[in-house]
Design a protein around this ligand. Sequence first.
Ligand SMILES: *[C@@H]1O[C@H](CO)[C@@H](O)[C@H](O)[C@H]1NC(C)=O
Ligand SMILES: *[C@@H]1O[C@H](CO)[C@@H](O)[C@H](O)[C@H]1NC(C)=O
Ligand SMILES: *[C@@H]1O[C@H](CO)[C@@H](O)[C@H](O)[C@H]1NC(C)=O
Ligand SMILES: *[C@@H]1O[C@H](CO)[C@@H](O)[C@H](O)[C@H]1NC(C)=O
Length: 353
Amino acid sequence: MTAGFASCSRAEHTVVTHVSSLTRLKVVTLLASFLTVVLILLFHCVQPSLLQQTAWCCHADMVAYTRSLSTATDDTHNGKASRIRYKHTQRHLPGCLIIGVRKGGTRALLEFLNMHPMIQAHRKEMHYFDNMDNYSNGLDWYRKRMPYSFSDQITVEKTPAYFTSELVPERVCRMNCSIKLVVVLRNPVERAISDYTQIHSNKLVRGRPHDLFEDLVIDSSTGEVRQTYNAIRRSLYHRHMEHWLRWFPLERFHFVDGDNLIRDPVAELRRVETFLHIEHKLTHSDFRFNETKGFYCMLEDGRERCLAHSKGRAHPKVDMPVLHKLYTFFQPHNDKLFQMIKQTFNWSLAENN
Ligand SMILES: *[C@@H]1O[C@H](CO)[C@@H](O)[C@H](O)[C@H]1NC(C)=O
Ligand SMILES: *[C@@H]1O[C@H](CO)[C@@H](O)[C@H](O)[C@H]1NC(C)=O
Ligand SMILES: *[C@@H]1O[C@H](CO)[C@@H](O)[C@H](O)[C@H]1NC(C)=O
Ligand SMILES: *[C@@H]1O[C@H](CO)[C@@H](O)[C@H](O)[C@H]1NC(C)=O
């Protein structure tokens, strides 16, 4: 009984040791394969992040990401893209400012340019240099509001109010006198009408009483154009340009034909790319003409993105005599500008008007 019991327990013991040695072997094998799997996984995970440290890979990623984000958030305000941080990116001060003009097509230019991989646009108008409260916060406050970018990318900010604000040129120069300045110019009469339309749009849409364009631009007592009316004042480009040229040489500026930017965006963008010393990347495949809207929309990953409806607002029909008066009034002012910037634009009255 005892012996049988003993032998039985011994047998049990050998079985146990046999099993445990088997298990150990299995565990080792399992561990080894587990480690191999872990290593393979690690290699796969680490590899892309290693790759990403080379600027190119990271770059492509970020561009793709910001693009898809900007598509998702549609137009105007997005803070989202600027909140994403990629390795080796920082918030940089703008290397280029789109300073004007109001109603000239600055939004379109900024959105178009933002499709370029070397551009990081700040899509909200900052009003940093023209607003005392904003400006008093200092340069670091301004920089911290810019999107993340690689050091070889150009940060672009646009605030059309910069162009007409007298204090702005000096302030911009205090930040960076070598900064590149882009001005989107447009037929000054059309711009003034567009300016008026924007200011009165709510009333115009609802058919509420409002001042007529004709009554605002013409002084009824003298019959002359009212130069102090804001829509006219802002169109006197040479007056504003004069302030800017006190602080920046002409070669810092690039003038975009805002009327042509709508008709043929690629041609105007090529000139901007040249001015900014970046590769010609924006082509006809980035745009599609929308017949309904009557202007070009951006193509991003095959999806069409158009600027907001307000950008193509219909203008009121202006009295022909007033229109003629305005064109005559602006002609010498335009000539002054053309001399000043050594460039001309065709701002004559269209025949179909
Ligand atoms: C000033 O702007 C130029 C042109 O974009 C740029 O190359 C330069 O690095 C900027 N300087 C500073 C100090 O940011
Ligand atoms: C700068 O000032 C303007 C006008 O007061 C304001 O609308 C804008 O939001 C300010 N910008 C920032 C970034 O706070
Ligand atoms: C043009 O824009 C309109 C309005 O946004 C849109 O409904 C239409 O699908 C667009 N046309 C084309 C050809 O994409
Ligand atoms: C300027 O524009 C007007 C109206 O759009 C046109 O009739 C005229 O031929 C143009 N002139 C030149 C020199 O391009």
